[in-house]
Design a protein around this ligand. Structure first.
Ligand code: KIV
Ligand code: ZN
Length: 513
């Protein structure tokens, strides 16, 4: 058995299944480039058959990513698998990941299929996929809650058909570490051809044990691939968090004895990019990537760290990329410097018009904010009005008045489908007044599920405010993100960005994971 642990990142597929986290093709490509810089072994880029948008995103990633393997999910049927293969054509290293549920509950209630039918369909799917690609992963969905005898039968058959990786999902986050580790060990021991495939773990975090379970799957079970997401992004309580498993394996090499290809200095930039793009804010006390993860507040700890760092620190902040937070550009920076920084950040703006629009915004921001950080640039290009020609709503101007003892009032000027609107409203605060003003004119009826404000770069009130607004309407949930030094303006931008997403009626087939 090899000592190399494969890191399979599924931020762009399983992570994207979080309500409101869906990303555009360009956003996915930007994150894929960061994942490549992070040197993840496999990037699960999406679920090509789920929608035209996801097909295009997988294709763009397959066409651009050279170092990591690019993977697409596919249900166990010929159409999904062909779509995945088609989208992956341009990738130097491509993987098709096909899955079908194997637990009694899922087979009976969801698929309405017998064991024999599921067995045959799994075999057929892998055989079909094997004719289209050399690297095939098979997942028995809800594998951890499946009957081990049935699972052995299915897994032995798919390995015979040519599956090169077999993955054991704990789809509903039910496992506990020792039992999950033993489960995988027993499958590997019982299946005669188990050594012909790499074993993989895929854990959801419903009981807060996704990282512990994944590590047990490796240590006890002998798995050599971990499926995970940046910031643990994923539906419900999320997936196994990449930064946590990676730093656990690295920091406790004495225990795990495994090597990783990951460039850990790219972890924090990846975390920031995913959080800014999806609007899923990272909690301050989150391990490795939370703003407080390396902050020592107590006097005793500070004193200890100053005398000898390792008294209270088991990892160095700079090793996971915290020092990457540097001033990059300012008011006097020119177009070429801006363009070069975009390239270094992996941002590809398709047309000269987009570069011009982004540069104009950069200049505007630099007039109001002296130091521009990488995070500011990412926020700037994440702004839909720079990257999307289909933007329907756009903020033009906002003024607001608030004074102690007075009821705040706001006036907002924006366009909807190119037509200019002006609306005013009172509210409990200036943010409330601004959003009410927009709603009073548009009457969308969207329900506000979440509103949060975050400083883009920590430690200073000069930072831009980054606002996330989550809206629900007609059964869809979307996140809008807006950034500006003025948080009232950032809030209006975030609200309009969420409305833009509701307006673009992109629908997709949900992955069953
Ligand atoms: O959680 C799950 O079962 C999945 C599979 C599709 C791998 O995401
Ligand atoms: Zn999953």
């Amino acid at each position: 058995m090899t000592d190399q642990l494969i890191i399979f990142d599924t931020t762009l597929r399983d992570g994207e299944q979080s309500p409101g986290a869906s990303m555009t093709r360009d956003e996915k490509l930007r994150i894929a480039r960061q994942l490549e810089r992070l040197r993840v072994d496999v990037i699960e880029a999406g679920f090509a058959a789920s929608s035209n948008g996801d097909f295009e995103a997988v294709k763009a990633i397959a066409d651009h990513i050279k170092e990591s393997t690019v993977c697409s999910l596919a249900r166990a049927n010929d159409r999904d698998i062909s779509r995945a293969a088609e989208a992956l054509k341009g990738a130097p290293r491509a993987r098709i990941h096909t899955f079908i549920a194997t637990s009694e509950l899922h087979m009976e209630k969801k698929l309405r299929m017998t064991r024999d039918q599921v067995f045959e369909q799994a075999k057929q799917a892998v055989r079909f996929a094997r004719n289209l690609a050399g690297d095939i992963e098979f997942s028995p969905e809800d594998g951890y809650r499946s009957d081990p005898d049935f699972l052995c039968w299915v897994l032995e058959a798919v390995i015979n058909e040519g599956a090169t990786t077999v993955n054991i999902p704990d789809t509903v986050g039910y496992a506990v570490p020792e039992l999950y580790g033993e489960f995988i060990r027993s499958l590997r021991e019982r299946i005669p051809n188990s050594d012909k495939a790499v074993w993989s773990v895929h854990c959801h975090n419903d009981l807060g044990m996704a990282v512990a379970n994944s590590l047990a799957g490796v240590k006890i079970g002998g798995a050599r691939q971990i499926e995970c997401t940046i910031n643990g992004l994923g539906e419900r309580a999320g997936n196994c968090s990449l930064e946590e498993v990676v730093m656990a394996v690295k920091t406790r090499k004495d225990h795990f004895g495994l090597t990783l290809a990951i460039d850990t200095s790219q972890i924090v930039p990846a975390s920031r990019m995913v959080s800014q793009t999806t609007g899923f804010v990272v909690q301050p006390n989150k391990a490795v990537v939370g703003a407080n993860a390396f902050a020592h507040a107590s006097g005793i700890h500070q004193d200890g760290v100053l005398k000898a760092r390792d008294t209270y620190e088991i990892m160095r902040a700079e090793d996971v990329g915290w020092s990457a937070n540097k001033i990059v550009l300012g008011k006097l920076s020119g177009r070429n410097a801006f363009r070069q920084r975009l390239q270094e950040l992996g941002v590809d703006l398709d047309s000269e018009a987009e570069v011009n629009a982004a540069f104009a915004r950069f200049k505007d921001l630099a007039d109001r904010k002296s130091d521009i950080f990488d995070e500011d640039i990412i926020a700037l290009v994440s702004d839909e009005s720079v990257t999307s020609e289909q933007e329907h709503y756009r903020l033009l101007a906002l003024s607001q008045h608030s004074e102690t003892g007075e009821r705040p009032q706001a006036s907002v000027v924006f366009t909807a489908g190119g037509v200019e609107h002006k609306a005013s409203s009172h509210g409990n605060g200036p943010v409330d007044a601004s959003l009410k003003a927009i709603e009073s004119r548009l009457k969308t009826g969207a329900e506000l599920l979440l509103y949060s404000v975050n400083a883009i770069t920590s430690g200073s009130t000069e930072s831009q405010g980054e606002v996330t607004v989550r809206l629900q309407h007609g059964g869809r949930v979307v996140n809008g993100v807006g950034a500006d030094p003025d948080i009232v303006v950032a809030s209006a931008k975030a609200y309009l960005s969420a409305l833009n997403k509701l307006h673009s009626k992109l629908e997709r087939v949900a992955a069953q994971g």
